[in-house]
Design a protein around this ligand. Structure first.
Ligand SMILES: [Mn+2]
Length: 430
């Protein structure tokens, strides 16, 4: 039995109040789905086994280029962050792992592992940081890291990634995510070709140090912090990287790292088809890398991404096991509530995608019946699957209504008294 930061009685009391209504909703939905020959129990079982990693940096209040407004009881260090991640997992049962960011979360690996074990948490992909300067580093990343013109700076960036792998090994992680801020702000500032050659050579050094059972994820981003060009600007370049490095290298898709209106679900399909989809950073966006909560602005797009994932699962695509991670910045909400809500929205998109009648869809595609093909997706998307999500949580020991249970627990006020507000601190857009 894991240690829980919220008393189990609080969750049980909130569940008790909702149980009768929930059971009735679940039964009614089960009857409705049965009319379409869908077994609700099979869907609930799959949803209960779907997990997404919480980013350690997500439990602190983020910020923008303009300002950061800290919240109450913010985590002061990685151990506070793990406590907050434990709360999200306790209530949602959808987030059993944490994705660490080095050097922000640097601590003795054994202490980290012990604390995570006590809270029933594991560790997901490690994230390196060569987009900002650590206090004591010899060479600055102002003009780039893995693609820097200076060999010593590139070496330092490679060494940092090797250190992330070492820490990850001690924690039981199985992947390294590399996102760099390298690029240029002026036409002519950098040679696109030579810069990318230097990047590939540095990544090859990191790849060589990767344990056999690890995966290396490269993450593309079209702009910011470099505004004229970035070295890994889109999925095409990302695919070239994964192809060049080898079979343990995969592309990571951060939903916010594309131009507005980009057909992200199609990118996902292409990467699946050619065996290079490594995983996701889930979030939502209106204009750019807004880092808004998953499903908060364009829930249909999230569903369409999951439609591709479930389709791949349905077709039995070999070696298909993408990593699911959240990457958000919370500026106006309690980060714990945002992460609870996002984990639910991600599971919601998955559950809706499981309801798609794939035989009928293929039939309509073959008949060029565009309207009915679209309606087949819409029918699944329009289904209110909340009773399935709630039942998956309840059966796993979580909360029927996790945000309500969280608010009833008074956790935020409790940690606010334990954790004095720190000025500054890390955060912001990643
Ligand atoms: Mn990301």
């Amino acid at each position: 039995m894991s240690e829980t930061r919220i008393a189990v009685e609080v969750v049980a009391a909130d569940n008790d109040r909702r149980e009768a209504g929930h059971r009735s909703d679940y039964q009614r939905l089960g009857e409705k789905l049965a009319r379409s020959s869908i077994d609700i129990e099979a869907v609930t079982a799959k949803v209960a086994e779907f997990f997404v990693a919480v980013p350690s940096w997500g439990v602190g209040t983020g910020g923008t280029r303009f300002a950061r407004f800290p919240g109450q009881g913010e985590p002061r260090h990685i151990f506070d962050k793990l406590d907050d991640c434990g709360v999200i997992q306790q209530l949602t049962r959808a987030t059993p792992t944490v994705s660490l960011h080095i050097p922000w979360d640097k601590a003795d690996p054994k202490s980290l592992k012990d604390r995570a074990d006590a809270l029933g948490l594991g560790f997901d992909a490690m994230n390196s940081n060569t987009f900002s300067d650590a206090p004591d580093q010899a060479h600055s990343y102002k003009y780039g890291s893995l693609s820097h013109v200076d060999a010593a700076t590139r070496r330092q960036a490679v060494e940092h990634n090797l250190e992330c792998i070492e820490i990850g090994r001690a924690l039981g992680s199985k992947a390294l995510t590399v996102w760099i801020g390298d690029g240029s702000n002026f036409p002519g500032q950098a040679s696109f070709t030579r810069q990318f050659e230097r990047y590939l050579a540095a990544m090859a050094d990191i790849y060589k140090a990767l344990p056999d059972d690890w995966r290396l994820f490269s993450e593309h981003k079209m702009y910011e912090p470099a505004f004229y060009s970035t070295v890994v600007q889109d999925w095409g370049t990302n695919y070239l990287i994964a192809q060049t490095l080898g079979e343990k290298a995969y592309c990571l898709v951060d939903l916010g790292h594309h131009a507005p209106n980009t057909n992200i679900e199609m990118i996902v399909a292409r990467l699946i088809q050619f065996g290079k989809l490594g995983g996701f950073h889930f979030n939502d966006s209106k204009y750019g890398d807004d880092d808004l909560d998953a499903g908060s602005v364009e829930p249909y797009r999230l569903f369409l991404v999951f439609n591709e994932l479930v389709d791949a699962e349905y077709r039995g695509v070999k070696g298909f096991h993408p990593a699911h991670m959240i990457d958000q910045s919370h500026n106006v909400t309690d980060p714990i509530e945002s992460l609870i809500s996002s984990a639910n929205e991600i599971r919601r998109a998955y559950a809706q995608a499981l309801l798609v009648d794939r035989v009928a869809l293929e039939g309509y595609q073959g008949d060029n019946d565009a309207l009915m093909a679209s309606e087949t997706l819409k029918k699944a998307y329009r289904t209110d699957v909340e009773p399935i999500l709630a039942e998956a949580r309840r059966r796993s020991g979580g909360a029927i209504d996790p945000v309500a249970a969280y608010r009833a627990s008074g956790y935020r006020a409790q940690v606010a008294s334990e954790r004095p507000t720190v000025k500054g601190g890390s955060g912001g857009i990643v």
